[in-house]
Design a protein around this ligand. Structure first.
Ligand SMILES: C[S@@+](CC[C@H](N)C(=O)[O-])C[C@H]1O[C@@H](n2cnc3c(N)ncnc32)[C@H](O)[C@@H]1O
Length: 449
């Protein structure tokens, strides 16, 4: 936390005076709790704060400290309850508001988090953390201009705030300000040459400035620090090299991280993949009669389930990411959810009436092996409904977003080669990105005899 205002200092002194009035036994618990907290032994600290609260249950600061420990233990509901109690006792507790924001953000409620950070910022305008955390929420919601404003506000308070510099570089690159992004990334790298966020932002800005060779070199350096599947994949994307498929583990890692906020973010981006596919299928399938075997390939958090359930006698969802599947499980509607690569899982599947795959081929690359497996798993006359991000020239292209776009003629010809012919095709807006619509093709192929 940066310099306190006079008002905040007065409040701190008031708290100190209050603290010295605490019973001796409580003061002892709190000293011990703080030592454990500083040593990251949060279970022990939590137990001591709880004991202290049994003796003085109306001490707002102890509730805040307890909430903060519970947050570190990832006990989000209990943390929220403790922090809410703190605020009931002391409505102007800026840190508790900020902590509540963190609890909401971690549970995926980014809009709720932003409301708490707003309180914290109003109560303690010189407290840099809520500005930074609010900016991160905006970035997750792809509200890049707001993210830029937030990081700048945090940096105005704390100019050497390295992660704010690195993330500002990312957001600036997203709003097409690569020159500024480059400067911010370099500033962050002066503070920590190993900062991966800053290096990735630097590479992206280099691509935007037309220097793919420099970006390739930056990624070569990144891969010396960490060679996770995501970084390996993004190097190819930045260098403009279209691979046949992403490295194993890429989609799983990305979506395990994204799972908690996926539905909030996609709602905010007006994502319509499942609706578009359901509308296309509705025109072809007989009226829903709960009598079909539906296979949701890359089911994610289960958004297609909502639309397909009424058709399904049996509905199976398959996804690489256990994080996403946990959300689908909460939503319900599937008879079975399996954590697997669709390409492998399909080998044990036969007689499907419908295979649906919304916004998944963008993580697959070339589709020949997958289409062959889908064709084998469909009964004659069965349907394969999917979306692709549209590409007008070439077969497949790996974009700098790390997603693949596909040409309609290419996917149609791969389908035809394995006995699946188009029965519906339309162009639509899949969602927004950076405020602009993302075009997709919605396709339904039918398995021929
Ligand atoms: C953008 S999400 C779409 C999720 C869902 N279909 C929807 O429309 O909300 C893409 C999902 O595809 C999954 N995925 C990507 N490649 C896959 C594969 N080869 N097998 C199974 N799932 C895959 C990812 O883990 C992720 O959950």
């Amino acid at each position: 936390m940066s310099k306190l205002t006079r008002k905040q200092r007065r409040e701190q002194e008031r708290q100190k005076a209050k603290a010295t009035k605490r019973p001796r036994a409580v003061q002892k618990y709190l000293r011990q709790a703080l030592t454990h907290q500083q040593g990251r032994r949060f279970e022990k600290a939590t137990a001591l704060y709880e004991r202290a609260l049994q003796m003085i249950p109306d001490d707002a600061e102890i509730w805040n400290q307890l909430g903060s420990c519970l947050l570190n233990l990832d006990r989000l509901e209990a943390a929220t309850a403790a922090l809410t109690r703190c605020i009931e006792l002391q409505p102007k507790h800026a840190i508790a508001h900020a902590n509540l924001g963190n609890a909401a953000a971690r549970s995926g409620d980014l809009t709720g988090a932003l409301a708490h950070y707003k309180h914290a910022k109003r109560l303690a305008p010189r407290f840099s953390k809520p500005h930074y955390n609010a900016a991160k929420c905006h970035a997750m919601l792809q509200q890049w201009h707001l993210a830029v404003d937030g990081y700048r506000a945090a940096l105005a308070i704390k100019p050497d705030y390295r992660i704010a510099l690195a993330n500002l570089a990312v957001s600036l690159s997203m709003i097409d300000k690569p020159k500024e992004a480059l400067i911010m990334a370099r500033k962050a790298l002066e503070l920590d040459p190993l900062d991966l966020v800053a290096r990735r932002a630097l590479a992206r800005a280099q691509v935007q400035l037309g220097d793919r060779a420099a970006a390739d070199e930056t990624y070569a350096e990144i891969l010396q620090i960490s060679n996770s599947p995501e970084l390996v994949h993004m190097r190819e994307a930045m260098a403009g090299r279209t691979t046949d498929a992403p490295p194993a583990g890429y989609a799983r890692d990305v979506f395990d991280r994204f799972a908690v906020s996926f539905d909030h973010v996609l709602d905010d981006l007006e994502y319509r993949g499942p609706q578009l596919l359901a509308a296309a299928l509705e025109k072809i399938l007989p009226p829903p009669n709960a009598d079909l075997f539906v296979y949701d390939l890359g089911c994610g958090t289960g958004r297609c389930g909502h639309y397909m359930k009424r058709y399904a006698r049996r509905m199976v969802g398959v996804d690489l990411s256990s994080g996403m599947l946990a959300r689908a499980e909460e939503k319900g509607g599937y008879d079975e959810l399996r954590c697997a690569d669709g390409l492998i899982d399909l080998q044990g599947v036969a007689d499907c009436d419908v295979v649906i795959s919304a916004d998944v081929l963008i993580y697959v690359g070339r589709v020949e092996p997958l289409f062959a497996a889908i064709s084998k798993s469909l009964r004659t006359g069965g349907l394969f409904a999917f979306t692709i991000e549209s590409l007008d020239y070439g077969d497949v292209r790996l974009e700098i977003s790390g997603r693949y776009s596909h040409n309609y003629d290419y996917v149609a010809s791969v389908g035809a080669a394995v006995g699946m012919v188009p029965v519906a095709r339309s162009r639509a807006t899949l969602r927004r990105e950076l405020g602009r619509p993302v075009a997709c093709d919605v396709l339904v192929l039918r398995r021929e005899p």
